[in-house]
Each structure stands twice: as structure tokens, then as C-alpha cells.
Design a protein around this ligand. Structure first.
Ligand code: NCD
Ligand code: ZN
Ligand code: ZN
Length: 360
């Protein structure tokens, strides 16, 4: 049903017991939520990653440097004893974000990007930007100050087919935006189409893209295998196989414009298995195992380290991590569910077998 199980021996794949050691990786797009839910998911990410760009789409959103500072403290307080993990904070742009707030964020040293959600595009984006022009003062300041713009790249027009919203965003919004701010450093988040991969590869200036593990492993059939599968529903939604292949090509290409961002986006099981289910896949538990599976299937495990551990740090102008992380080849079954505050969460591909496991 899915590409995870390795029941057929494949000579391109590593034998059991094989290990893969890479520089400690970072997650350049992550949702940690807050409170008891933060407490539940943070240990998973801290076991996998040294740093993560933490998305600001809380309720209420993290719209100021002061809110980002407080959220950062809550994350640090929720870390398991002995964990070596650094949250990299982001600012949630609204129609009213003043240039001074951008400058405060930049000066803080702990805010590394400002996030632009087109209003209504995704989870907790109602306070996002209604029209890019409304954010021009903030964007101008970001360009000046060198603060990265992280973009949820989808148009919100209900008349545009849900599978076309990323492509239309690039044509109608991103290209004009970058013409107006050629010096702005932009990360197009969680890209899902060949169109996005082609644009990022070929565009002028400082632009990069994050790619999730689920968009490397699955096409849109996963949402409809034998019935409706809400745990494969995320935004931007999974696309056709031709797009999955293009994303995989980009990820394994060694092109430093493409790097790891899990977009691990936990929602309580009941909120996904619902009349109107939430968008987001939970991959915080097993992100690197999922990425390793995708890179291995493409015969390019040797390219995982650049993608996971080097290129994102380089783009964000942060030092690369020291220390290593090791994955070991060997089957394990992804748990059916995990605690999530006082509720539960179903990890992506729960119940299926993964061929890699974190070793330490
Ligand atoms: N990716 C998702 O499907 N959901 C994310 C929001 C986002 O990253 O767009 C979430 O916060 O749940
Ligand atoms: Zn998004
Ligand atoms: Zn996200």
C-alpha cells in the first residue's frame, strides 16, 4: 500500500545492521504547539534534531518578539533533562506588522525568520496576510535587515483548484513579490510540486525550499487508499506522482537550495478523524527514518547529510552542527498512537514497518 515496507529484497538497499552516520541534522519547518501538547511532542524532535525553526501559528499567533521570547522559554522549559536542542523562533506576519517589530525580531538573535501565511490558507492562518501589499512595510524592513521570509505558498482563492494553489501562488504572488524585493531571502516552505522545484532551482537570488518526508514518500493516492485516510491529509495537499518524483529529484540532487523541513504538524486523532478534519501529518517521531527511506529508495543515501544537516544551516547563515547522529537498518513498527496532552496522536504511517531506526 505504501512505499515503507521492504518485504521484497532490493540490492540497491542496505542490508540489516548497516548504519548511517551523519552530522546532527536540523528541522527547518516544525510545529511544536504549546502547553501539554508541546510537552508530548518536543522529546521526539529533540531526539532527532539539534535545532528547529518553530512555526508561530499558535492561538493566538506569535506576532511579536516578546511573544516569541515567551514561547521560546516555554519550549526550553519543556525539554527533557539533558536534551541539547535549540528552538529557532519565527514571527507571524499580519496585515499590521510594523517595520519596528521586524527590527526588534532581527536584533533579538533568537528570531530567525518571519512567516507569511496568506490568510485562510492553512491551520491557524486567519490572522495572516490578506494581501501581500499589506505586508510591504514589514518585507521592506526584512530585506534591509536580512531576516528570512518563510512562506506558505498557496493562494486562497476558493475558485482555484486545491491541487493548483501552489503553482498559481508562484506565478501570481511569488514572482511579483521577488521582483519588488530582489534582496529578500525567501524560503518557500513545504513545496509539493514540480513547478515549485523548478522555480526554486532556476530563480535568481537567495531562495530555497524545504521538503517534507511525506511529500517525498507519497503521492495523493495515499489519501484515498481503500477509503479516506485523514492522516495523510496535510497542506499543501499531496500531489500526483510526477510531482513526488520531481521533489525527490530535487532532494537528492545535492542542490543546496533544497533542505529538510518536516512540517511535522500534530493534531489530536479526533480532530483529524472528523467531519472536517485538520490538515497536518505527524512525523516528529520518525522524521529521519522516513527521509532515510526515501533517499534509500532513490539510491542516494549519500546525499541525505547535505539535505538534512548542511544546506539549511548555510542558508540561514548559522554554523553547521557538530556531533553526529546514527541510523541503523532494521525493521520496527510505527506505533498506532502516542499521548498528546490528554488526547492521542497517530503518527504518519502508523502500524507500518520502517526499515531504519534512530540509534543515538
Ligand atoms: N501543514 C499542515 O497541513 N498543517 C500545519 C500548517 C502548515 O504548515 O501549513 C499545521 O499547523 O497544522
Ligand atoms: Zn504551511
Ligand atoms: Zn507547517
Amino acid at each position: 500500500m505504501t512505499p515503507l515496507a521492504h518485504h521484497v529484497p532490493d540490492p540497491a538497499q542496505a542490508p540489516a545492521g548497516t548504519t548511517l552516520t551523519i552530522t546532527r541534522p536540523d528541522d527547518w519547518h516544525l510545529h511544536l504547539r504549546d502547553g501539554a501538547q508541546l510537552q508530548s511532542v518536543l522529546p521526539h524532535t529533540a531526539a532527532q534534531f539539534r535545532r528547529a525553526i518553530v512555526m508561530p501559528n499558535l492561538r493566538p499567533p506569535v506576532t511579536t518578539t516578546a511573544l516569541a521570547a515567551a514561547y521560546r522559554e516555554r519550549i526550553l522549559a519543556a525539554l527533557p533533562a539533558g536534551a541539547d536542542f535549540e528552538p529557532l523562533m519565527t514571527l507571524y506576519l499580519t496585515d499590521n506588522t510594523p517595520a519596528e517589530e521586524v527590527l526588534r525580531a532581527r536584533a533579538s538573535g533568537f528570531v530567525h525568520a518571519a512567516k507569511l501565511y496568506p490568510a485562510g490558507a492553512t491551520t491557524n492562518s486567519d490572522s495572516g496576510v490578506t494581501d501581500l501589499k499589506q505586508a510591504y512595510a514589514a518585507l521592506e524592513a526584512m530585506q534591509e535587515a536580512g531576516l528570512v521570509l518563510a512562506l506558505h505558498g498557496e493562494v486562497t482563492d476558493r475558485d482555484i483548484d486545491v491541487f493548483d494553489r501552489e503553482k498559481v501562488f508562484i506565478e501570481d504572488k511569488l514572482i511579483p513579490l521577488r521582483r519588488d524585493f530582489p534582496g529578500l531571502r525567501v524560503v518557500l516552505e513545504h513545496i509539493t510540486t514540480k513547478d515549485a522545484a523548478d522555480y526554486v532551482r532556476e530563480a535568481e537570488g537567495e531562495i530555497a525550499a524545504t521538503i517534507t518526508a511525506h511529500h517525498l514518500l507519497y503521492n495523493r493516492n495515499a489519501i484515498f487508499t481503500g477509503g479516506i485516510r485523514p492522516h495523510f491529509y496535510c497542506l499543501p495537499v499531496l500531489k500526483r506522482e510526477v510531482h513526488r518524483r520531481a521533489l525527490l529529484e530535487a532532494a537528492i540532487s545535492g542542490d543546496a537550495r533544497f533542505f529538510l523541513g518536516t512540517d511535522s504538524a500534530p493534531h489530536a486523532r479526533g480532530d483529524k478523524e472528523a467531519d472536517c478534519g485538520c490538515a497536518g501529518c505527524y512525523t516528529g517521531l520518525h522524521a529521519l527514518e522516513l527521509y532515510a527511506t526515501a533517499f534509500e529508495a532513490a539510491g542516494r543515501l549519500d546525499r541525505l547529510e547535505g539535505f538534512a544537516s548542511h544546506f539549511g544551516a548555510d542558508f540561514y547563515r548559522l554554523p553547521r552542527n557538530t556531533g553526529t547522529l546514527t541510523l541503523r537498518k532494521g525493521d520496527w513498527v510505527i506505533p498506532a498512537e502516542l499521548p498528546y496532552g490528554d488526547r492521542t496522536i497517530a503518527p504518519l504511517a502508523h502500524g507500518e514497518t520502517l526499515g531504519w531506526q534512530l540509534h543515538g
